[in-house]
Design a protein around this ligand. Structure first.
Ligand code: MN
Length: 479
């Protein structure tokens, strides 16, 4: 009997805000000395009154709109009761039955098709503090307590780790495009919770158990956990054993997990409406205002590039992976169309050489500074075969370094392809005299001609037209 995985995700995202979710204490906590960024609301001291953060709520609604959700315009906050040492109030302020966003979806591409994952809900809540476990005690740092959190819950629509990977990347791009968060996973700004079970291939019913893994802060680790869980659960099921309904804890970055807590029933958090925060109604004008901030999002951008510029899916995917990369590409288009040069070639240079340059030199695309016309000029000379590919790369690098005009670099350094037959003939003569043995053996070794052309290119510093060089060589050596 075969099984397929049924996977759902919960994503916790810290929106970028100046202050905490329910107090005006700064939301910054990274790298601060412990317990220096706290206040009575953070600590849940008696009488401290929470006041919701408008910016955080607007970001939650904007993300909901960006992920095609309906919006609950009459909503409220609720108390989610549970005890945890780094949850100072003994409850978390969250949302229960009226999340800001519900019934949305996100789309990404697989090999031959697009896939849509349904978003069940997007709600607003607050982060916990941090427990630091030492050898014989646990220390508590409440700086992070009360930092805004957006929680995105999907339906169990994933059936492979690849789908989860594509989703996670598309979501992270969307969040960055809309400037909701930097979504820096290393800083814990985006964390994943996974639930996974295995369903019989020929059954439509969801399995009657589910395994959860919490606090996953890397997309690659998330993938590894899924792959290991698929193997572990399938092996149990094939032996006729139903896997435990449990929460498993991550043991290492290879995706190994171990039982943490076996739970027979769903948790009961005894939710009730937060008595210290009045119900919220969201004016239609706010929705209109936020809707105007909805720029073209990654999936749409990708498909437009494929349609308008006939780009390969992989090329388009790399361009849209970073909105600043996409925006540089778009800035090149008007002059590329006017020149004209092939948009496909522009895309290729951005995806390959410029991306490589930025990676090697640790330049963020956000700070990448090259006049788009300069790239267009380089591609034009290459298309007209006035410079070689090798020279184009060198000139591009130099042009990026000083944001300088490639046409001037090429002129000053005399880098245009040499097509003058007399000049190339001089290079050829030099090569023949320096490689007497190769010339002697030319009949025995048919590849020798390629070697000699290579030598001509070398001494001409890549400028000789290789076709002309080959013709002159063949004539001189009577091949
Ligand atoms: Mn949560």
């Amino acid at each position: 009997m075969d099984y397929i995985p049924i996977i759902g995700l919960e994503v916790h995202l810290q929106p970028k805000t100046k202050t905490k979710m329910f107090s005006r204490t700064p939301a910054k906590y990274f790298g601060l000395p412990p317990n220096t960024n706290i206040c009575p609301v953070t600590l849940g001291l008696p009488g401290a009154m929470p006041v919701p953060n408008k910016v955080a709520i607007e970001k939650c609604i904007l993300l909901s709109l960006g992920l095609n959700c309906s919006i609950n315009r009459k909503t409220k906050f609720d108390r989610k009761n549970y005890f945890y040492p780094d949850l100072p109030k003994g409850y978390q302020i969250s949302q229960f039955d009226k999340p800001f966003g519900y019934n949305g979806f996100i789309e990404f591409d697989l090999k031959d098709d697009s896939k849509r994952i349904r978003i069940k809900r997007i709600h607003m809540e607050e982060d916990t503090g941090k427990s630091i476990h030492t050898k014989d005690s646990t220390l508590l740092d409440f700086n992070k307590a009360g930092v805004p959190l957006i929680e995105i819950v999907t339906e169990p629509d994933f059936t492979s780790s690849v789908e989860v990977d594509r989703f996670a990347k598309r979501l992270r791009q969307t969040v960055r495009y809309l400037k909701i968060s930097d979504a820096n996973m290393e800083k814990g700004q985006m964390r994943y919770e996974l639930n996974i079970s295995m369903r019989k291939t020929n059954s439509k019913r969801l399995p009657d158990y589910k395994v959860e893994v919490k606090n996953i802060s890397s997309i690659s680790v998330l993938q590894k956990i899924i792959q290991k869980e698929i193997v572990r659960q399938s092996e149990l099921l094939k032996k006729g054993i139903k896997p435990n309904q449990e929460t498993r804890g991550l043991r290492d970055n290879d995706g190994n997990t171990a039982t943490q807590r076996i739970k027979e029933e769903a948790d009961d958090y005894r939710y009730f409406p937060e008595p210290d925060i009045p119900p919220i109604s969201i004016d239609k004008k706010i929705i209109t205002k936020l809707s105007r901030k909805l720029i073209e999002l990654p999936q749409n951008k990708k498909h437009r590039y494929m349609q308008d510029y006939n780009l390969e899916p992989d090329t388009a995917e790399i361009l849209i992976s970073n909105q600043y990369k996409a925006s540089f590409f778009e800035k090149c288009i008007p002059s590329a169309e006017q020149t004209p040069v092939k948009i496909k070639n522009i895309a290729k240079w951005i995806v390959q050489d410029i991306s490589k340059y930025c990676k090697i030199n640790k330049i963020k695309f956000k700070n990448f500074n090259l006049d788009p016309i300069y790239l267009v000029n380089i591609v034009q000379l290459l298309e007209k075969k006035q410079i070689t590919g090798a020279i184009a790369k060198k000139v591009l690098n130099e042009s990026i370094e000083n944001n300088s005009d490639p046409l001037k670099i090429i002129e000053t350094k005399k880098l245009k392809i040499e097509t003058n037959i007399d000049t190339i003939e001089k290079f050829v003569d030099e090569v023949i005299s320096q490689n007497a043995q190769v010339v002697k053996d030319i009949e025995k070794n048919p590849n020798a001609i390629k070697f000699l052309v290579g030598q001509v290119m070398k001494i001409s510093k890549g400028k000789a037209n290789p076709q002309i060089a080959t013709e002159i060589l063949e004539k001189k050596l009577k091949i």
